[in-house]
Design a protein around this ligand. Structure first.
Ligand code: MOS
Length: 712
């Protein structure tokens, strides 16, 4: 029997819907105390005085920790640069933790935090990065910010018959996971136990150990369920370190649970971007030049690069391609990853520009993509491990009914509603990261998969046992997963759409090794999986385990020297816009994806439709505006930060090219899928809005007032 490919349902589903699933904040800990943060109210300057007297006199108060009395710690590592956590008086942005209050209860801690009086010296703040584009600088956080093949200027001058050259803007966006940022810290004889709502227990362990100058072995990080992350819980941010510091000060376990509003500055966000895309093409539609540049704001002290232009390095065949990514330092929190970072943002600009080029050429937008299909990676000059994008275009067009589209904008109507059809391509890299796993079978034939990954809602309790069951030939219902603990085999973080390919391949390796041992033990290479338990009993073994690992090598982004590994897709959108109100509504969406072997069609489908809903938010709703007087995000809650709700979401048609097996990408044949679903959606919708209205909006989200202003 083959378990891979079955649409198994989630074994952890009942626990989640009945409330039995235990999240970090629910962890019972004896003698637990509670911490609350005091956050800066100015965007730039320094703390001149902190008066904690009133707070300390309040009921239940145990401590007020500030830069004046905090234990000295080393900087907290983070991908974009280290954090100084309560080590000096500098205020780099509004909403920076300047004090931690610890009390017997959560409410007492929150009340105490309100009683702490902080005095500041306010300095001039730099807030709108668009006012400082001339000061943009180049930072390399994990890949080269620049790339060049061919000569773009020469090709534009000599060969381009049609040129599109436009600036596109995307907004600051917050991840808004349902579970807020939360850590519980407990010291036991010099060892630190952290219950952390994190996407990477091993990353938390390394960061906290470095800041506290401890060996990593003395830090244990755990979580059972994580209530979503979407990038907000990938990297270490100060709150993570403040819980163990507070626990050290009060000599008791501490829970630091940030209220919703504090999460807006407590972790990263997807920074706004200003991107310029220049496309030069022949009349036939063939691209001859492509330049894509991007600038994003980052904090004063660090450089989170939103690598928006990297998608243009691989997406279309073109002899001359230049990409550039820059940052501007401002007095706002640094950015961080947010679902489909880099490509999700960059493809919005590239794919609106491609639509503009199609209009300029009087060519069908889908036909333009097909004519520029990249048979190999145009920047690296190497083949793709697998790529079925042309099949995605063909099947997507068929499922959507694209052939019935009238090309002229404003030409499709239903009563008073304008109808628009738009499309876009999608691509993501497929990060391949080393992971380890252990698979154990007992005398009853029950199988346990152990690996230090995290359950962030993607379905690892479904697919990792499914992979082990498939390799062992046992029923998936007899297989379960233990995760979320740094005492388990090491796994990569739950981000970058990397879990199935990486942790899944490690589980596959362990299960294959275990099966080989069981066969040896049975002295019969054809031992029946149903007799594994009996084999163990005959040998007097309670259980039998095998360790497995996957160490793919290559770059962290999954590239090999001679192959590029990417996923692809084609997205088609229909919008309906009441002409007098100009409120765009998504009415239909079709996405077809080329993403390697699909382990579980049900959870995979759910990943893609989830991604589409993220893309819908990107296109029409999500924006964290900054108040330029106060230097703070205007709405630190879901009343002012708009996300799609059920009523906004129509039937979503997501499917995969099923017979793809990418043996170069992984032993499993799989590639990363999760974030691919969030790519291409926003530009497909933006292009549909143009098709409906004839108004080209080069800014996301597209708000009704922009359309009203343009049609007034
Ligand atoms: Mo995702 S932004 O890699 O959590």
């Amino acid at each position: 029997m083959s378990a891979i490919g079955l649409p198994l349902t989630r074994p952890d589903g009942p626990a989640k819907v009945t409330g039995a699933a235990r999240y970090v904040a629910d962890t019972p800990v004896d003698g637990l105390t509670h911490a609350a943060l005091v956050m800066s109210s100015i965007p730039a300057g320094r703390v001149t005085a902190i008066d904690a007297a009133a707070a300390l006199a309040a009921a239940g108060l145990l401590a007020v920790i500030t830069h004046e009395n905090a234990p000295r710690v080393a900087p907290l590592p983070n991908t974009s640069g280290p954090f100084e956590v309560l080590q000096n008086d500098a205020v780099l942005h509004e909403g920076q933790a300047v004090a931690v209050v610890v009390a017997e209860t959560y409410e007492q801690a929150q009340h105490g935090a309100e009683l702490v009086e902080v005095s500041y010296e306010r300095h001039d703040a730099r807030l709108d990065f668009r006012d400082h584009l001339a000061d943009a600088v180049s930072v390399n956080t994990f890949q080269d910010p620049d790339s060049t093949v061919g000569d773009v200027d020469a090709a534009l001058a000599a060969e381009a018959e049609v040129v599109v050259d436009e600036v596109y803007r995307t907004a600051d966006r917050h991840q808004n996971p349902m579970e807020n940022l939360v850590t519980i810290a407990e010291w036991r004889e010099g060892d630190l136990i952290l219950h952390s709502a994190t996407q990477w227990i091993w990353g938390d362990r390394a960061a906290v150990a470095a800041a506290l100058s401890m060996p990593v072995e003395r830090v244990r990080v755990m979580n059972e369920f994580v209530g979503g992350g979407f990038g907000a819980k990938v990297d270490a941010f100060p709150y993570l370190l403040l819980a163990p510091i507070a626990a050290q000060v009060v000599g008791r376990p501490v829970r630091l649970a940030l209220p919703k509003a504090q999460t807006y500055t407590g972790s990263g966000r997807q920074p706004a971007t200003e991107q310029r895309v220049t496309l030069g093409a022949r009349r036939s539609g063939t691209l001859v030049a492509l330049r894509h540049t991007s600038v994003n704001p980052t904090s004063i002290d660090a450089g989170w690069v939103e690598y928006s232009s990297v998608c243009s390095r691989t997406m279309y065949a073109c002899p001359a391609i230049e990409t550039r990514n820059r940052v501007v330092h401002v007095n706002l929190p640094r950015g961080g990853p947010m679902r489909a970072p880099h490509e999700g943002v960059g493809m919005a600009a590239l794919e609106i520009a491609m639509d503009e080029l199609a209009v300029a050429l009087d060519l069908d937008p889908l036909e333009l993509r097909i004519r520029n299909h990249a048979e190999q990676d145009p920047t690296r000059g190497v083949p793709f491990s697998s790529k079925r994008l042309l099949d995605c275009y063909a099947r997507g067009a068929e499922r959507f009914g694209w052939a019935a589209r009238y090309p002229e904008p404003r030409s499709m109507r239903d009563g008073r509603d304008l109808i628009g059809w738009g499309m876009a391509s999608a691509t993501m890299p497929s990060p391949r990261a080393a992971s380890a796993a252990r698979v154990t079978i007992d005398q009853h034939g029950d199988v346990l998969v152990e690996t230090g990954t995290q359950e962030i809602g993607t379905g690892v309790h479904t697919i990792l046992p499914q992979i082990a069951a498939d390799a062992l030939g046992v029923p998936p219902t007899r297989t379960r997963l233990l995760l979320g603990d740094t005492t388990l085999p090491t796994a990569f973080g739950s981000y970058g759409s990397s879990t199935t390919i990486g942790v899944g391949s490690a589980v596959l390796d362990a299960a294959r090794t275990l099966r080989a041992r069981l066969n040896e033990l049975a002295a019969d290479a054809s031992a029946e999986p149903s007799s594994y338990g009996q084999t163990l009993r005959e040998h007097g073994l309670e259980r039998l385990s095998a360790d497995g690992a996957w160490a793919p090598g290559g770059s962290p982004l999954g590239e090999l020297d001679d192959v590029s590994i990417h996923t692809f897709g084609a997205v088609f959108a229909e919008v309906r816009i009441a002409e007098d109100l100009c409120i765009p509504r998504l009415t239909r969406m079709v996405g077809v994806y080329s993403a390697g072997r699909i382990i579980n069609p049900r959870t995979a489908h759910s990943q893609m439709t989830g991604g589409m809903i993220w893309g819908l938010g990107h296109a029409l709703l999500e924006s964290s505006g900054v108040d330029l007087n106060l230097g703070r995000f205007i709405s630190k809650n879901l009343a002012g930060y708009l996300v799609p709700v059920n009523a906004d979401v129509p039937e979503l048609d997501a499917s995969f090219i099923e017979d793809e097996f990418d043996e170069i990408a992984s032993t499993l044949g799989a590639k990363g899928i999760g974030e691919l679903g969030a790519v291409g959606v926003a530009p497909a919708i933006a292009n549909a809005v143009f098709h409906a209205t004839g108004v080209r909006i080069r800014q996301l989200p597209i708000r009704p007032e922009m359309l009203l202003a343009a049609t007034a």
